[in-house]
Write a protein that binds this ligand. Structure first.
Ligand code: FAD
Length: 476
């Protein structure tokens, strides 16, 4: 029997089912028709993307990845790569194409003496934190333990340690990459430095990363944590106070301002269940006692409905929101924009967006940047945004397809309103694509780094085989 598979040239190709079965027998992993979900039964995060691949190759080793890439290349098949599956834009699935799933490649090995961790390309942040915290060490990851390390790192990576230890991509010291021909490369400052440069912010454009080696830092086991929930009605005034806090916060503190309505859920403090709130939260990466003092100014702002601030295990902070953001349950469309100056006009735009959120879980999310993020120059890695002190994100979450138009329109309109005062530049990992091409805003995001990125793309993927990403086309 033949199956129809989407081709790289936009058409359809016939592949014999027996070819897929035979590929499966050659792997440590397997190959199955359709997309039965990750090896632990999980699919992609964003419920808007229900595309059905023709077949899925579950890779368990680098050799499996090489065989999968070669299988697709020889036949001209359109491929998507799934690391953690958290792409807001639905880039880790592909309608009718071939899916390469890495969820079986999630091994994590810590070298505490050298303060390094090796993590395979399908690992999640929860896997990494769990192992590194055994030694009181951590590398900057994301806010949700269920997010994949690969997509997050390749696109930059902001988390609770960002102002102290930089972006996730800044902490990559080496990666193993399978290119579009199935060749294996080591990428580091010494080996293939152009590829190493491009991987740190350039997304999954240059090959499939089978493993990352990250630098580790002493963090935990407890960190100082603050989270104060206020009535959303006071959002404008609170943003003004948080602006003052951010201006004098030490680099150990990474804080966020979020407006959201949390559900009636046992993981949510009872006083704020179902209540629209403005939340000021922060983590201090350092001594816990010093940290609680450094976070105290957040706690002194106004009169919170609820103050959750306390020393917390780092792993608890890292997974605090997991129960709210379950994969496959929420529809999501996000847009983001860096802000150079949190002016009164910007606060006005954010306030309007916060008060017009179309669905309870939809957030306006403002993150304080700076600190270690700016220690890397804009051209030292592919990730160019090093100076903006704030990132504003309009994080649309809703649970019913009937809400698609309203929620997407809300995020777009808030972004447009902010563009009058913001930088117009986005963070690619926070980009939703509802009918927009995956190359949207590549020019503005990468700016002067785009020319070099296109040259690296040409060297490792001249035919744009890896295109289900924020796509950088090869230099001609
Ligand atoms: C609930 C939630 C919380 C989030 N929190 C944060 C946060 O705190 N900080 C932050 O910076 N971002 C955050 N994000 C955004 C996140 O960084 C991106 O969605 C990221 O792409 C997720 O990586 P993934 O491996 O899970 O994604 P996937 O959906 O698997 O992949 C995303 C992209 O990367 C490619 N890719 C995946 N694995 C590989 C690989 N091994 N080699 C090459 N290419 C690969 C895919 O093909 C796709 O183009 C969050 C997203 C969600 C849904």
């Amino acid at each position: 029997m033949n199956i129809s598979v989407a081709a790289l040239d936009g058409g359809k190709l016939k592949v014999r089912q027996t070819e897929v079965e035979e590929l499966g027998t050659r792997l440590r992993g397997t190959a199955l028709l359709g997309d039965p979900g990750n090896t632990d039964g999980r699919g992609v995060f964003n419920a808007m993307y229900t595309a059905e691949p023709s077949f899925t190759v579950y890779c368990a080793t680098t050799s499996d990845v090489v065989q999968a890439v070669k299988f697709a290349r020889e036949r001209g098949l359109l491929v998507a790569v799934r690391g953690g599956g958290h792409s807001i834009a639905g880039l880790s699935t592909v309608d009718g194409g071939m899916l390469i799933d890495l969820s079986a490649m999630s091994a994590v090995v810590v070298d505490p003496e050298r303060r390094l961790v090796d993590a395979q390309g399908g690992a999640l942040w929860g896997h990494v934190d769990r192992e590194t915290q055994l030694f009181g060490l951590a590398t900057p990851g994301g806010f949700v333990a269920d997010t994949g390390i690969a997509g997050l790192t390749l696109g930059g990576g902001y988390g609770h340690l960002r102002r102290r230890y930089g972006l996730s991509c800044d902490n990559v010291v080496e990666a193993q990459v399978v290119d579009a021909e199935g060749n294996i490369h080591r990428a580091s400052a010494e080996a293939n430095p152009d590829l190493y440069w491009a991987l740190r912010g350039g997304g999954g454009n240059f090959g499939l990363v089978t493993s990352f080696r990250y630098r580790l830092h002493p963090v935990g086991p407890e960190v100082a944590f603050a989270a104060c929930f206020h009535p959303i009605e006071n959002v404008a005034e609170l943003l003004g106070s948080w602006r003052s806090f951010a201006a004098s916060a030490p680099d150990e503190v990474s804080s966020v301002f979020i407006t959201v309505t949390l559900p009636e859920n046992p993981h949510v403090p009872q006083p704020v269940q179902g209540r629209a709130c403005a939340v000021m939260a922060g983590v201090h990466a350092g001594d816990v006692e010093d940290g609680m003092k450094a976070l105290q100014p957040i706690r002194d702002i106004g009169t919170p409905i609820f103050d959750l601030s306390q020393p917390m295990p780092y792993t608890a902070v890292q997974s605090a929101f997991d129960a709210l953001y379950l994969r496959g349950k929420l529809r999501a469309y996000w847009k983001s924009q860096y802000v150079d100056d949190l002016s009164d006009e910007v606060i006005g735009v954010l306030t309007d967006a916060a008060l017009s959120r179309p669905a309870p879980l939809s957030e306006v999310n403002l993150a304080h940047m700076g600190g270690a993020i700016g220690a890397v120059g804009p051209e030292d890695s592919a990730f160019p945004e090093r100076s903006a002190p704030f990132l504003a994100a309009f994080v649309g979450y809703w649970d019913d397809a009937a809400g698609d138009d309203e929620c997407i329109a809300w995020a777009r309109s808030a972004w447009d309103n902010l563009a009058r005062f913001g930088t117009g530049r986005s963070y690619f990992n926070f980009t939703g694509l509802a009918g927009e091409p995956p190359s949207t805003a590549v020019d503005t995001v990468y700016g002067p780094n785009l020319t070099r990125l296109r040259l690296v793309k040409k060297a490792y993927d001249p035919d744009n085989f890896f295109r289900r990403n924020n796509n950088i086309t090869p230099a001609s």
